[in-house]
Design a protein around this ligand. Sequence first.
Ligand SMILES: Cc1cc2nc3c(=O)[nH]c(=O)nc-3n(C[C@H](O)[C@H](O)[C@H](O)COP(=O)(O)OP(=O)(O)OC[C@H]3O[C@@H](n4cnc5c(N)ncnc54)[C@H](O)[C@@H]3O)c2cc1C
Ligand code: FES
Length: 292
Amino acid sequence: MGGVPRSTIAPGDRTSAGVNPYRPWPARITSIIDLTPQEKLFELRLIDEGARAAFDFDSGQFVELSIFGVGEAPISISSAPSKQGFIELCVRNAGDVTGALHRKQCGDVVGLRGPFGRGFPFEEMKGHDVLLVAGGLGIAPLKSLINHIHDDRHDFGNVTILYGARSPAEILFRYQFDGWKHRDDFDLILTVDHPDDTWEGDVGLVTRLFDKIEVDPANAFGAICGPPVMYKYVIAEMRKKDMDVDRIYVSFERRMKCGVGKCGHCGVGHQYTCIDGPVFNYWEAMNLQEAI
Ligand SMILES: Cc1cc2nc3c(=O)[nH]c(=O)nc-3n(C[C@H](O)[C@H](O)[C@H](O)COP(=O)(O)OP(=O)(O)OC[C@H]3O[C@@H](n4cnc5c(N)ncnc54)[C@H](O)[C@@H]3O)c2cc1C
Ligand code: FES
């Protein structure tokens, strides 16, 4: 079993303000970037200096974002832990909380609890090749891992990113990926289901890209995040490449409330995705798929 650290530490746990994982900490929105018509990238800074300095996380962890008077929603952290003092959240306008967030302006204040859950085993991945496979909004948590690897690039072998979106307009972080097209330290392949006249990249499901890549099965870690239907097929492709299942990790989403293993809303089988996940190793993921 992978040694993914479990962390449910709220900023409050590490400051003189005391331990209360249910307390949202005020955070100011310091930047908003429109990524697509449905998704925006928010940069947030905790207002309390002590809490901001103490905030530490692993790629793959999430926060509970609150809009006061509306509610809370779990959102993955998209920025890398190597960048301190702020976090980025890539948020789709999907309902009450995320809709209210989308109506906020720079300078407005929201609430944050966390970071929560288990992230990707970054330290274990060091010294290895990494194959990252994302579908749609699944790029949000993987972007944190990609940028963390980028900031520690010499510690990793080959890094391959396969990312599928429905259309070119729905590719998230396209400005970064377009800039990476000609880099030789990252193999990046983008694919879309529905190309437009300008699209020169691949067309089809992200699983089709496995024919284009070479994987050293004795060495590579896999990290997957996307719509639930994708997991089974991506894992099958990784197994066809003889990748070691002990090095395959997936990030799962379930409806959550407390984020700290108390309310039971996110239970699947005998596990709570908020504290046992959202990142699970292959064996755990197989059990979850049976339970879902
Ligand atoms: C660990 C984790 C990480 C996540 N990371 C991100 C991220 O990085 N970016 C992002 O945009 N989203 C992310 N999400 C998804 C996000 O939390 C959900 O979309 C959340 O529901 C949004 O809250 P909301 O109040 O805006 O939407 P809601 O009002 O909850 O509505 C969202 C959708 O769910 C439906 N819905 C509402 N209540 C129910 C119900 N009881 N049963 C079934 N369907 C219901 C609504 O009709 C709507 O289609 C993540 C979720 C998890 C668990
Ligand atoms: S969200 Fe409450 S137990 Fe997981």
